[in-house]
Design a protein around this ligand. Structure first.
Ligand code: G1P
Length: 904
């Protein structure tokens, strides 16, 4: 199998990509065009669940061609050749010695596939991209070159099957929805305007047109095949169409219309003569419009090579600007790999979790966790709008500390949950604080915590256990006071609501109840008695973080904190902490008092008292976990048990079928500071023994339980080594790395990232383009590529931990944890990033070639204006705010041997 190679700008090439299955590449813009494309131009294109231009594909559809874009050439009036390789005869030769040469080149975000037929003396190149502007189109340029010794005649034809409807109709009403199609042949293409839409929203007037245009300047299509049957003919197929082979199919012409059939973008061009060495190009535009005129206006302007090339260059510049975080270690391949990782959070924002061929949720949308994770990456890449976005997201928190789980299309829009069985994910409360804390540290904007926002309201109450039957849609999705005014609480109060309710929401082992699941969505069958230790631990450190933030507020003069009166009961004294029943009854009392409406009254509590209570709670949890959940295999391996199942039984430890260990249980006990340093050391040994498999990317999510455990979750129904059952699940593995780095276990953290990186880049095994996938399966194949929270966390880990670019209440500090092997041969490592809306490039200089542990920061130098003093360990906010926003500032951070002359 071939390997891919990078060019300097991060683009790469790969020979014979068509010999590998499941490869797909994203093409998108922020206007909502979401395409995927394979080496043979399969994949699809849509702007939402209900507006698919090309027939929706899942990964298994990639090897059939129901939606493949195609481009045909009839050569010398006889044989037909597919530039995408999708003809029956080319497919039949694919594994023979006569196979055609193919080569992929791809960059941010463009895809270029070259196909060479030596036998026919022809080379075809198709370059695809989506312009980085407001146009909802995908563009293809097809370049045909005669590479033979003889002149040839060519009759080219674009062939794009047009689906033009909701993904729901792939089975439901597949045929009758084609009866809705009104198809018109234009001067330069074909447009489909369905009369109605039939989908989950009912029968509605359709508002989107779809179409294909083609040509190049004066070159216009002259034969049109606007329906599937007009192109493939009776008995034909997309891989063996009759249109170019058979005179019995009569093409249509501009101005013709046909209604009620499966639509097709078949655009035939006049026959041309190509001399040896000569080339000809055709531009094809696939897209969407609000009306026919709208679509023609967007689309036609691209129908010349100059216009296409200009849009292509603009798109490249756009993505270059977007990808402003760059890493420069001594390993170029690693740097390029990370470059691709940095585009993934942007892709997740565009595609959600549903719109590439491997998809988690079928219907679009993002979850609560994803929402906050996206903000995490945004904070690191483009923090301009984050404040408003964070504020809007807090409106999804309910009065019982849970949150809306159906997230609307517009920012800050949450949808009422009308399910009878409500799902509460017990981890949901931890993510907003992690993101908000990063925001505050990066910006110094502590007053953000005092902004007031409403609470979300729907029928769900008492943390998913009861329904508020008094609530009606008319009351609205905002929690009201007794006198029917929206109740507004500070962001700090929202955060406290999430953490304090969770603190009391414990099971009989006094850990927080698992409820519908935690981060691991597939731990979903322990609703009654399940408990999650790892996230209890994370709540503990979050409680301490809240205490810290309140202390900062106090130091700024906010000595009292205003809270909803009902919350008073949640600030009970520590006598109740050890008794799970007492904790449960406190929670119940609180939830009942806010079930329908709230009083609207508030209490004031001294900041000092509040922060002491929060610290006490955090400390209690940590001690309690240390005392109760530290387990061993009976030999010399030790780690934390993380779960109780629906029978109230401990999950991890020694079991007749083998040792059971889970990675999340270790990650969050480490990250939260629950595990002592000694314990971290032992955990890493145990994880190496029970979870590490280098051949498939490193640390698995869990050991093999060898049973379908119906008392814990559906994950055990998955075959072992796949997805949430024991795969190397990159998001958790990366969080493991983060946790280890944050505790100073740098070599161990490096090992986690290095194994993920090496495996991802080992194309023979991972079989994915550069980037980090959701997980590696049992054979090591990268799955669910691109759309994963692993990317945001990997960036976060690299920036904050490895390169140690840390915001401290708005100041910039440097705490590198780079190993010697990560510096280049000149003992330098660099990072480009934005901070406080300014661009920086930091170069660490490690002249003595010291390793982590041996060095410390000795000097920070740079042309940072008059307010900056070189012998300081931080760059103050005032210094940064006096810098220009359109310039890149280079900062040199000199590292020297620890302990020797402190500051040079
Ligand atoms: C996916 C989900 C994420 C969930 C995880 C484990 O992970 O999107 O919310 O926590 O599975 O069940 P991701 O796509 O972030 O890799």
């Amino acid at each position: 199998m071939e390997k891919f190679c990078f060019f300097d700008d991060g683009s790469f090439y790969l020979n014979q990509p068509d010999q590998v299955s499941y490869l797909y590449f994203p093409l998108a813009n922020v206007e909502g065009v979401m395409s995927s494309v394979t080496p043979e131009l399969s994949g699809d294109s849509k702007t939402s669940q209900n507006t698919f231009l090309l027939s929706p594909v899942s990964s298994e559809d990639l090897h059939n061609n129901k939606s493949s874009r195609n481009f045909w050439c009839k050569i010398n009036g006889t044989s037909i050749w597919s530039v995408t390789g999708r003809s029956a005869w080319q497919q039949a030769q694919k594994f023979s010695r006569d196979r055609e040469e193919t080569r992929l080149e791809a960059g941010f975000l463009w895809h270029k596939i070259t196909r060479i037929s030596k036998a026919l003396g022809l080379k075809g190149i198709i370059t695809s991209f989506v312009p980085a502007n407001h146009d909802q189109v995908e563009l293809m340029k097809v370049e045909l070159t005669n590479i033979g010794a003889e002149a040839i005649t060519l009759e080219p034809a674009a062939a794009i099957p047009l689906y033009c409807r909701s993904a729901d109709n792939i089975r439901d009403h597949r045929h009758v929805t084609s009866l809705l199609h009104r198809i018109e042949v234009l001067e330069r293409g074909i447009i489909v305007n369905p009369t109605l839409t039939f989908d989950e929203r009912g029968h509605k007037i359709n508002e989107i047109v779809y179409g294909v245009l083609g040509g190049n300047g004066d070159i216009l299509p002259s034969k049109f095949y606007p329906t599937v049957d007009s192109f493939i003919g009776e008995g034909g197929s997309f891989e063996n169409p009759r249109a170019l082979q058979d005179d019995c199919l009569k093409p249509m012409k501009a101005g013709d219309r046909i209604d009620g059939y499966e639509a097709f973008g078949g655009l035939g061009f006049e026959e041309i003569l190509l001399q040896p060495g000569e080339s000809k190009a055709y531009i094809i535009v696939l897209g969407y419009g609000r009306s026919k005129e709208d679509f023609i206006a967007y689309g036609e302007k691209y129908l010349s090579e100059e216009a296409y090339d200009q849009a292509f260059e603009e798109m490249k510049v756009y993505w270059k600007r977007q990808l402003n975080v760059r890493f420069e270690t001594g390993d170029d391949n690693f740097n390029h790999w990370m470059h691709w990782v940095t585009i993934q959070p942007i892709l997740r924002r565009i595609y959600g979790c549903s719109f590439l061929p491997h998809h988690d949720y079928g219907r679009g949308g993002r979850g609560w966790r994803d929402l906050w994770q996206d903000c995490l990456a945004l904070l690191l890449m483009d923090p301009r709008e984050v404040r408003t976005m964070l504020k809007e997201n807090f409106q999804g928190v309910r009065m019982d500390g849970t949150n809306a789980t159906i997230i609307g299309k517009n920012r800050g829009e949450f949808i009422a949950d009308r399910n009878n069985i409500t799902r509460v994910w017990m981890d949901h409360g931890v993510w907003p604080l992690i993101t908000t804390h990063l925001y505050i540290q990066q910006s110094g904007d502590i007053e953000f915590l005092l902004e007031k926002v409403p609470y979300f309201k729907d029928m769900q109450a008492v943390r998913g256990e009861q329904k508020d039957t008094l609530w009606t849609e008319e009351q609205g999705k905002t929690c009201l006071t007794q006198d029917n005014k929206p109740y507004l609480g500070t962001i700090l109060e929202h955060l406290l609501m999430q953490h304090l309710t969770a603190f009391y929401d414990v099971g009989e082992h006094n850990h927080i109840r698992l409820r519908g699941a935690d981060w691991n969505d597939a731990l979903d069958m322990a609703r009654d008695k399940g408990e999650s230790v790892p996230f209890t631990a994370l709540y503990a450190s979050n409680l301490e973080t809240l205490a810290e933030l309140i202390e900062i507020l106090e130091a700024k003069g906010f000595t009292t904190i205003e809270l909803a009166k009902e919350m008073e009961v949640l600030l009970a004294n520590e006598d109740s902490y050890g008794d799970y029943k007492k904790r449960q009854s406190i929670l119940m009392e609180f939830c009942m008092s806010t079930k329908h409406k709230v009083s609207g009254e508030t209490i004031s509590i001294s900041a000092k008292t509040l922060s002491n209570i929060l610290r006490g709670m955090g400390q209690f949890i940590k001690d309690y976990i240390r005392n109760t959940e530290w387990i061993s295999d009976g030999k010399d391996a030790f780690w934390f048990n993380g779960y109780y199942d629906n029978l109230g039984q401990r999950v991890e430890g020694v079991h007749p079928s083998g040792v059971r260990m889970m990675l999340p249980s270790q990650v969050f006990t480490i990250m939260s500071g629950t595990a002592t340093d000694e314990q971290v050391k032992l955990i890493t040994k145990a994880a190496d023994q029970y979870l590490y498999t280098r051949e498939i990317g490193g640390y698995r999510l869990n050991a093999d339980f060898k049973e379908v455990n119906l008392n814990l979750g559906r994950m055990f129904g998955f075959a072992y080594g796949h997805k949430e059952n024991g795969a190397v699940f990159c998001h958790m593995a990366v969080m493991y790395a983060y946790a280890l780095y944050s505790r100073g276990f740098v070599k161990e953290g490096f090992k986690v990232i290095d194994t993920l990186y090496s495996h991802s880049m080992d194309f023979e095994k991972s079989k994915i383009y550069p980037g980090i996938p959701e997980y590696f399966d049992e054979k090591g194949r990268g799955m669910y590529h691109y759309l994963t929270g692993a990317a945001s966390w990997l960036m976060f880990t690299l920036i904050q931990q490895v390169f140690g670019i840390v915001g401290k209440m708005g100041d910039l500090t440097f705490e590198p944890k780079l190993l010697k092997c990560q510096f280049n041969e000149d003992n330098r490592a660099g990072i480009a990033f934005d901070f406080a809306k300014r661009h920086f490039y930091v170069e660490y200089v490690n002249e003595e070639g010291l390793d982590y542990g041996e060095y410390q920061v000795k000097k920070i130098a740079g042309n940072l204006g008059e307010h900056f003093t070189e012998n300081s360990s931080v760059i103050k906010r005032e210094v940064i705010e006096n810098l220009q926003s359109d310039q890149v500032y280079k900062i040199t951070v000199t590292l020297g041997r620890k302990g020797e002359n402190e500051w040079i």
